[in-house]
Design a protein around this ligand. Structure first.
Ligand code: C2E
Ligand code: CA
Ligand code: CA
Length: 428
C-alpha cells in the first residue's frame, strides 16, 4: 500500500486535479474547502463546493477512467489521500455482485454526466467567460436532474437488495475508518508504534517473573494512543498482519534484553489478534522469528482470547498445537468474558489462564465474583495451568488472590504499562 504522501497541503487556489487527468487517488477534506468544476465546450461550470470531512475523486478510482471534473482549493486546504491501490483492494475483497453493481452504476453516472453537459450548450457566459451552475435556470434544472438521478441510483441500490440504506452515521463512520486506516499505514511507515510493558508479578514469591507487551501508537502532535482506539481498525483492514509481525519481532528483541536483566526465568507475553491468529503463515512466521532472534522459545507466551477460539475450535486447536510445537507458551486471555466454554479448555494446549479484570475488580464486593475467581484458579490448576489475575488495583485484591493461590498478578497496583527503558529499571 503506497501512502507516502498521506496528507497533502494546498494553498488557496491550487489545482488538486484537472478534468482529463488520470485518477490515482480519492481525497477526504481534512481542513478547508474545494470547488468542483467542469469545462464543457470551453465553458466552465461550478458543480459543487465541498468542505471538511467530504470525499471527492472516488469515481476515477472505481472504474479506472480519467477525471470528469477539476478540483480547486478555495482556501488553504489539507487533504487525506486515499490511493487507488487501497480502494482497489477493498473492491476486490467485496462480493462480485457488489462489484458488478458498482461498475454499472459508475458507467451510468458518467453517461448521465456527459449527457447533462450536452444539454447545457447554449447558455450564455458571464463577462469573464465563466458559468456558474447556480445562476442560470437551465443549469439549475440540470442540477435537479442530476441530483434526481443520484437519488434514483441510491434508491435502486437499496431496493435491489436487502441491504439497509446507509445513514449519516454509517457515512461518517466509513470516513473516519478510512482516515484512521491511512493514519495507521503512515504510522507503520514512520515507525510511530512502540511496545510498552506491564510487569507480571509472581504472587507467591513477590518477584516480577514476566511482562506483557502492549502496543502504543505515539502520534506526532497527539501523543500516546491506546490500542482500544486503533486495533479494531487495523484488524478489519488487515493491517494487523504487518503490525502483528512487527509486534512479535520487536517483542522478541525486547524479551532478550529484559531477560538479561534478571537471573531467574523471565517470560514476555505477546498478544495475538484474531486475524493474525488465523493467518496461514503465522506458525511458520513465529518459528522463523524465534530462530532468528535466538530467544529461548519458552520465554515467549502468546495470549489469545477465548472468543478467537470459538469460531472454529478445530482450526484453533491446530494453530495452537503448531504454536506450541515452536516451544512457545500459550495463555488464554480475558477468561470469563466470552463463551467460557470450560469443556473446551482441556482440548487446547494452554499453559496459562488469565482471569479477566471484570472478576478481579468486583471480587471483594461481590461474593459471586470471588467464588468464580476461586473456582477458576482451582480449575486451571486441575488442568495443569497456572493463573494470572489481571487488573489488580489494590493491596486488598492482591492479598485475597495470594490467599486463594493465584500464581501471578498484573495490574496498576504494581505498575501501569511502561516503556521498555522503564521496564528495565523496574527489574533493577
Ligand atoms: P489485554 O490484553 O487484556 O491487556 C490488558 C489491558 O488492561 C491493557 O490495556 C492494560 O493497560 C490494562 N490494565 C492492566 N492493568 C490494569 C488495571 O489494574 N486496571 C485497569 N483498569 N486496566 C489495567 P491496553 O494496553 O489499553 O490494551 C487493551 C487491549 O488492547 C489489550 O487487552 C489487548 O486486547 C489489545 N492489545 C494491546 N496490545 C496489543 C498488541 O500488541 N497486539 C494485539 N493484537 N492486541 C493488543
Ligand atoms: Ca493480553
Ligand atoms: Ca486481558
Amino acid at each position: 500500500m503506497e501512502s507516502k504522501q498521506f496528507i497533502k497541503s494546498f494553498d488557496k487556489d491550487s489545482i488538486v486535479f484537472k478534468q482529463g487527468d488520470e485518477g490515482d487517488s480519492a481525497y477526504i477534506i481534512e481542513k478547508g474547502s474545494v470547488e468542483i468544476t467542469v469545462i464543457h465546450e470551453n465553458k466552465k461550470f461550478v458543480l459543487a463546493t465541498l468542505g471538511e470531512g467530504e470525499l471527492f475523486g472516488e469515481m476515477a478510482l472505481v472504474d479506472n477512467q480519467v477525471r470528469t471534473a477539476s478540483v480547486k482549493t478555495l482556501e488553504s486546504t489539507e487533504l487525506v489521500v486515499i490511493p487507488s491501490d487501497f480502494i482497489h483492494q477493498k473492491i476486490e475483497m467485496s462480493d462480485p455482485t457488489v462489484r458488478f453493481f458498482l461498475q454499472v452504476i459508475m458507467e451510468r453516472y458518467r453517461d448521465m454526466h456527459t449527457r447533462l453537459l450536452n444539454v447545457v450548450e447554449g447558455v450564455t457566459p458571464k463577462d469573464n467567460g465563466e458559468f456558474y451552475a447556480s445562476t442560470t435556470n437551465v443549469v439549475k434544472n440540470l442540477m435537479t436532474q442530476f441530483l434526481d438521478m443520484q437519488t434514483r441510483i441510491m434508491e435502486a441500490m437499496n431496493t435491489s437488495s436487502d441491504v439497509k440504506p446507509l445513514n449519516t452515521n454509517d457515512v461518517k463512520q466509513t470516513r473516519s475508518v478510512l482516515t484512521m486506516e491511512h493514519k495507521i499505514q503512515q504510522g507503520i511507515e514512520n515507525e510511530e508504534f512502540e511496545l510498552f510493558y506491564q510487569p507480571i508479578k509472581n504472587l507467591q514469591t513477590g518477584d516480577v517473573d514476566g511482562c506483557e507487551a502492549l502496543i502504543r501508537w505515539n502520534r506526532p502532535g497527539i501523543g500516546y494512543v491506546s490500542p482500544g482506539e486503533f486495533i479494531h481498525v487495523a484488524e478489519t483492514s488487515g493491517q494487523i498482519i504487518d503490525l502483528g509481525f512487527w509486534i512479535i519481532e520487536q517483542g522478541l528483541k525486547d524479551c532478550k534484553e529484559l531477560s538479561s536483566c534478571v537471573d531467574r526465568p523471565f517470560f514476555t507475553s505477546i498478544n495475538l489478534s484474531g486475524k493474525q491468529f488465523e493467518h496461514p503463515t503465522l506458525v511458520k512466521d513465529v518459528g522463523d522469528l524465534l530462530s532468528l532472534s535466538n530467544v529461548q522459545p519458552e520465554k515467549i507466551k502468546f495470549e489469545i482470547t477465548e472468543s478467537i477460539l470459538m469460531s472454529d475450535p478445530q482450526l484453533a486447536s491446530d494453530i495452537l498445537h503448531g504454536l506450541k510445537d515452536t516451544g512457545a507458551k500459550l495463555a488464554i486471555d480475558d477468561f470469563g468474558t466470552g463463551y467460557s466454554s470450560f469443556s473446551y479448555l482441556h482440548r487446547f494446549p494452554f499453559d496459562t489462564l488469565k482471569i479477566d479484570i471484570a472478576f478481579i475488580s468486583t471480587m471483594l464486593q461481590n461474593k459471586k465474583s470471588y467464588e468464580i475467581v476461586q473456582s477458576l484458579i482451582g480449575l486451571a490448576h486441575n488442568l495443569k495451568m497456572n493463573v494470572v489475575s489481571e487488573g489488580i488495583e489494590t493491596q486488598y485484591e492482591e492479598k485475597a488472590l495470594v490467599e486463594i493461590n493465584s500464581d501471578y498478578g498484573q495490574g496498576y497496583y504494581f505498575s501501569k504499562p511502561v516503556p521498555l527503558a522503564d521496564m528495565r529499571k523496574l527489574l533493577g
